[in-house]
Design a protein. Sequence first.
Length: 105
Amino acid sequence: MSEQLITPLKKPIWTLAVLNLADGFLTYWGLLAGAIEEANPLLSGLPPFAIFTLKLLLSACLAAFLFTPLVRLESWVWRYFLLAANFVYISILSLHIIWIALLYL
């Protein structure tokens, strides 16, 4: 039997990549619909497609970490950092749900 690799950071990294991609898609949609404005000062001057493209590239970079030794680190610092980032993205996606509800209800 082969020894199974322990990857404690795999789920938080994967979750962050998916949440970032969802944020990019919903931001793109919201900007095109005129329902929202980009709140991130680093991205606010960019057109919607550029923001989506950057988010897509960032998600791809995050997903690439899944194929590195980083996922096998057993570091509480990295784990809590990733969990905090996931919490921030969940909060942002909650705002997206609110504007979607206001826009379509």
